[in-house]
Write a protein that binds this ligand. Structure first.
Ligand SMILES: NC(=O)C1=CN([C@@H]2O[C@H](COP(=O)(O)OP(=O)(O)OC[C@H]3O[C@@H](n4cnc5c(N)ncnc54)[C@H](O)[C@@H]3O)[C@@H](O)[C@H]2O)[C@H](O)CC1
Ligand SMILES: [K+]
Length: 472
């Protein structure tokens, strides 16, 4: 871990987060044991603290997601006002929000808090009318970091109407929870943990108990953030070409290919005929060249083939010799999305090397010593495998703690490289490396629970189960 701390102090901490980054941090806080319902309670109380002295009518507009859940908590702390749910109770997405909604319904018996469910803005003309005159507070708990794209109804009309009233009635005060919903002209946004890139206007940042460490741990939040286009169109899921193998090693590229196949539906292997002869998996497309090692004379044909692929996984079983060295360096100049593993790491001429953003290096400790880099120029991601994996580039760093000693066996590195390659077709280098490390480690941990020893092929077969466990 001392390398982690050494690197971490050189990587500037992010002050502003993208919504999707915040969602990963939320999930990984839970992975570290922080309860979501507690975060929701703290978030609701944080907003309440900013509005509790308001002396006028209060309307809390809530969505069916966790942003709405926060709004339910605000209402409970206020102990008064009217809660308008944009949807039905049955549409409330999470357990945490549903529980908080149930409490409000129990409280509404006493008349202090009113609760309404609407399908369309037309149903609350009376509320809009009330907002047009006198002093009112609107709490915007409609959409938070989960909002995507153009507002759909009824959010769209509600926001439009609120903006219209806001222009007419200067005494209407709007406070947004976490982020504004669409282009709502809030007077204030109370956001949690860190400022979000989409926050506008006056913003107050409140801590709600999310530990800083949640930003530095890989968890199921990373897995859930993955873009994984399911195989509806052959070849649309991203295409991966494994470039590896030699007369001495034929297993490595096959393991990489089979692993990549778990997240992409078109995988090819480009290698020498010794290897291709041994590929007896119809799912793997093969490209065969004469010789014991891949070398410069194979480059032109490879550059033709690679045009059909999105990502190359380079290095598994390549062998280490002069002829392959030139091949690797010339090839990398021409490619943008590459997983660089095993022997390829040793063959790169780092003196004249550009660390492109689309590269992921997957060294173990010894291979890591070959990589000569200046951290502030490191656009590529390095996934340094170990008991604790460290994933880093010039602006982010995380550790992954899944996995066990049996994963250090031969073959697991090939599986990781292939999986990261598959993920890299649709995701950033950093997320592909982080999630890839988590998934392979977690697969190994599942296997270790079932049996005392397992094979690399069993790790590959376990990958879909990891996705299923985390609902991806
Ligand atoms: N996750 C946590 O640990 C905490 C979250 N907090 C609050 O939760 C929101 C994020 O909640 P989430 O459920 O992920 O998303 P939203 O509530 O923002 O959206 C829910 C829902 O809305 C639908 N939707 C998305 N885009 C649109 C659109 N353009 N039009 C209409 N409807 C849309 C979609 O179905 C979404 O699922 C976060 O901001 C915090 O407020 C807690 O505060 C802290 C812990
Ligand atoms: K909001």
């Amino acid at each position: 871990m001392e390398l982690f701390f050494k690197l971490k102090e050189k990587i500037k901490e992010k002050e502003v987060l993208e919504p999707w980054e915040m969602n990963i941090i939320d999930e990984n806080a839970e992975y570290l044991g922080v309860k979501r319902i507690q975060l929701m309670e703290n978030a609701g109380r944080a907003v309440y603290e900013e509005v509790k002295d308001f002396d006028g009518k209060i309307f809390i507009f809530c969505g069916t997601g966790n942003n709405g859940g926060d709004g339910f908590v605000v209402a409970r702390f206020l102990g008064r006002g009217e809660v308008i749910l944009l949807g039905k109770e049955s549409e409330i997405k999470s357990y945490e929000a549903r529980e908080n909604y149930k409490i409000l319904k129990n409280l509404s018996l006493f008349g202090s808090i009113k609760v309404r469910e609407i399908k369309s803005a037309k149903e609350i003309e009376d509320v809009f009318q009330a907002l047009r005159e006198g002093k009112s507070l609107v709490i915007d708990a409609m959409l938070g970091t989960g909002q995507r794209g153009e507002l759909k109804e009824p959010y769209k009309s509600v926001v439009e109407e609120l903006n219209k009233i806001k222009r007419e009635n200067k005494e209407l005060y709007i406070v947004s929870v976490d982020v504004q919903t669409g282009n709502l002209e809030s007077d204030l946004t109370v956001t949690f943990h860190k400022r979000k890139s989409i926050n506008k206007g006056k913003v107050i940042v409140k801590d709600i108990g999310i530990p800083k460490e949640a930003e530095y741990i890989v968890g199921y939040g990373d897995v859930r953030a993955l873009k994984l286009v399911r195989g509806e169109h052959k070849g649309k899921n991203g295409k991966v070409l494994i470039v590896g193998g030699s007369k001495d090693y034929y297993g490595a590229p096959i393991l990489s290919g089979l692993s990549a196949l778990k997240v992409s539906d078109l995988v090819g292997i480009f290698s020498v005929d010794h290897v291709i002869r041994k590929v007896n998996y119809p799912e793997l497309i093969t490209y065969s060249v004469e010789g014991n090692y891949l070398c410069l004379e194979h480059l032109d044909y490879l550059l033709e083939v690679v045009k059909k692929y999105d990502v190359v996984v380079l290095g598994n079983g390549l062998g280490v010799n002069e002829e392959t060295k030139e091949f690797v360096n010339s090839l990398l100049e021409k490619l943008n999305k590459v997983v660089i593993d095993a022997d390829a790491i040793k063959l790169i001429d780092y003196e004249n090397f550009k660390f492109k953003e689309g590269y992921v290096f997957t060294p173990h400790k010894k291979e890591f010593e070959y990589i000569k880099f200046e951290l502030d120029e490191l656009e590529s991601t390095i996934l340094l495998k170990g008991k604790i994996d460290i994933i880093f580039n010039n602006e982010s760093i995380k550790i992954n703690k899944t996995g066990n000693v049996f994963l250090t066996k031969g073959g697991t590195g090939d599986i990781l490289a292939g999986l990261v390659g598959g993920l890299l077709t649709k995701n950033s280098s950093f997320l592909s490396a982080s999630a890839g490390a988590f998934i392979v480690g977690y697969a190994g941990d599942l296997l270790l629970k079932e049996k005392s020893i397992y094979t690399p092929m069993e790790v590959i077969e376990k990958i879909p189960e990891v996705f299923k466990i985390f609902g991806v």
